[in-house]
Design a protein around this ligand. Structure first.
Ligand code: LLP
Length: 389
């Protein structure tokens, strides 16, 4: 056993595969429940980060709700026994079939991203003789200070209804017979480590609430989305995100009305640190000025480095030899299939096992079978520990 990795057991399992440290996941969930005990706080897990049923099962048992962005995710949440009344549903392109499905399932709330979408939800709800609970997703123009691909709350982003148009949108929504407006929804971006971005969001929400109340409207809930970042550089030192600091920002800065509930949609911070992509070194190839460690995982298994230039710490689990520099690359026929360049790991040889760390979020879910590579497997530590060596 190295760190939390049962390396000897890994040797009997075909690579590549995702490994989920269930103990860490459980500790993370305990920390969340401990830091969000306020009666008005409700945490939903953003399934888009990882919808592996084994992971969902553990999250469900911690009593956390679900944040979904498709009919498929709602189905996965229900199959994991997350109660429908704890499911919120966002997404700018909800299809008619998905809206039917969500209404039939009696989910807690639709996070509505445009007026045309609202009209369709109203129409479909009317055809079913149902009332749809909705929150309006507001684009608050708050800068999350994160990668532009995962920033969502700026004017240029496609999400939500611009905060300057909110009053008008609410006036229209109120007229709709099969719509019940229960809240406002926000999400400014992902991998946010600068808490001042959440503070800015609170200030914006406070102003909007004052405006709305002046219009005579009182809302049951505020949903601040997700976005809390994790420490990709030092996963061993900081395996659990700063939930204490995160919840404190909202407790301190958001002027929640006495009757109001506060919802959170956390994804990465819940599952990110507990996942690793385990891959085997196939070849060490010497180049002119560098050497390549060619591994059996590719960008089709983990696309974050290729897509966002994302950093994931990589460790050689089966060597203690002196460090050497490598470009660690996958087998896909694209130069972008590079996990990291000029990176130090313990000297590697064919057959060594590497762990690509902090890949529990947006790892397995974003995998494809590009190049017709085998479907990826995923195991929990619980499962692997039950295997005989
Ligand atoms: N709520 C909404 C409306 C969202 O769009 C997202 C993420 C979340 C909650 C969860 O955010 P989190 O707590 O995980 O930051 N594939 C990218 C991340 C995309 C995030 C999309 N939205 C990546 O690999 O970094």
């Amino acid at each position: 056993m190295i760190g939390n990795f049962p390396v000897e057991r890994f040797r009997n399992i075909p690579t590549p595969f995702y490994f989920y440290d269930t103990e860490l996941l459980q500790q993370t969930l305990e920390e969340i429940n401990c830091q969000s005990q306020d009666e008005q706080f409700h945490v939903h897990y953003a399934l888009k980060a990882c919808s592996n049923p084994l992971v969902l099962d553990i999250i469900q048992k911690a009593g956390i709700g679900a944040d979904c962005v498709s009919g498929g995710e709602i189905k996965a949440a229900l199959e994991a026994h997350i109660p429908a009344n704890k499911i919120v549903y966002a997404g700018i392109g909800k299809t008619d079939e998905e809206i039917h499905f969500a209404l039939d399932a009696d989910i807690f709330c639709f996070n509505v991203e445009s007026l045309p979408e609202l009209e369709i939800i109203n129409e479909i709800a009317r055809s079913k003789n149902k009332i749809a609970n909705i929150a309006i997703r507001v684009n608050p123009h708050v800068d999350a200070h994160t990668h532009h691909y995962i920033t969502t709350g700026l004017e240029e982003n496609k999400f939500g209804i611009d905060h300057t148009l909110l009053s008008d949108a609410l006036n229209i929504a109120i007229q709709m017979n099969n719509i019940n407006i229960i809240g406002l929804h926000f999400h400014i971006g992902s991998q946010i480590t600068d808490m001042s971005a959440f503070q800015d969001l609170c200030v914006r929400i406070n102003d909007l609430q004052d405006e709305i109340e002046a219009q005579g409207l009182h809302l049951q809930h505020i949903n601040v989305g997700g976005g809390l970042g994790i420490n990709y550089e030092h996963p061993n030192h900081f395996p659990i995100a700063d939930f204490e600091g995160y919840f404190k920002v909202f407790r301190k800065n958001l002027k929640l009305r006495p009757h109001q509930q506060l919802h959170f949609e956390l994804g990465r911070s819940i599952v990110g640190p507990c996942g690793s992509l385990i891959t085997k070194v196939l070849y060490i190839k010497k180049g002119i000025n560098k050497q390549f460690a060619i591994v059996d995982a590719g960008m089709n298994n983990l696309i974050r480095p290729a897509l966002y230039g994302a950093y994931h710490r990589i460790e050689n689990l089966t060597s203690e030899k002196p460090y050497q520099l490598y470009d660690i690359v996958g087998p896909i026929c694209e130069s972008a299939d590079t996990f990291i360049k000029d990176y130090k790991i313990h000297e590697a040889q064919r057959g060594d096992l590497l762990a690509i760390r902090s890949t529990g979020a947006y790892g397995e879910v974003m995998a494809s079978n590009y190049n017709l590579r085998n479907t990826l497997k995923a195991y929990t530590s619980e499962f692997i520990n039950q295997l005989t060596e």
